[in-house]
Design a protein around this ligand. Structure first.
Ligand code: IMP
Ligand code: MG
Length: 181
């Protein structure tokens, strides 16, 4: 087993799960499909930070339709209520009115974050949006969110790397690692 197959962060051990090669092959396929679907469109791309930055950096150069990229911070807060709470930068809505939007997200877990973001886009009105996510945990879904493009469907285990973090650690790992049970 290679030295980089396992990584320890605090008390947790993560094991290599999806290699950078597999990620980039999949990016190629996703971009091809998205390019086909959005050919000729003018698209506003909404990148949900912090997690989706690596995904965006990898896939954006492969797009060949006309686009403008907007980076927006989204943070979910775990309240006592099961729906939680989503904090959005108030200035982030403006550019999307009457537009075709492609949302880039790193990972859909419960679906809460994207559900709130999409709810907001629907409220602004007249927005056609599509969702592209690098990872989807179908068993974890608690909100009716249906990504149009999914890189990999994975189990419920926590993952890090390729932009995804554990307490701000592990984002810069070029491969994706899964928490060892
Ligand atoms: P959701 O709102 O429950 O779908 O969770 C979405 C957000 O939680 C993602 O955008 C991630 O930032 C974070 N998240 C969910 N699962 C993981 C994981 O396994 N690793 C790292 N971050 C995660
Ligand atoms: Mg995210």
């Amino acid at each position: 087993m290679g030295f980089d197959e396992e990584i320890g962060i605090g008390e947790l051990t993560f094991k290599k799960f999806i290699s950078r090669e597999a990620i980039h092959d999949r990016m190629e396929q996703m971009a091809e499909r998205i390019n086909r679907d959005l050919a000729g469109s003018e698209v506003d791309i909404l990148v949900l930070l912090d997690g989706a930055e690596a995904f965006a950096n990898a896939i954006l150069p492969k797009f060949n339709f006309s686009n403008r990229v907007h980076y927006r911070q989204v943070k979910t807060y775990q309240g006592t209520e099961s729906t939680g709470r989503l904090e959005l930068d108030t200035s982030w809505i403006g550019p999307f009115f009457d537009r075709e939007v492609l949302i880039l997200e790193d990972i859909i877990d419960t679906g809460h974050t994207l559900y709130r973001v999409c709810e907001m886009l629907r409220l602004i009105g007249n927005i056609r949006y599509r969702i592209a996510t690098l990872l989807l945990k179908p068993k974890q879904l608690q909100y009716p969110v249906e990504p149009d493009y999914t890189g990999f469907e994975i189990g419920p285990d926590f993952v890090i790397g390729f932009g995804m973090d554990y307490n701000e650690q592990g984002r810069d790992l070029p491969d994706i690692y899964r928490l060892k049970s």
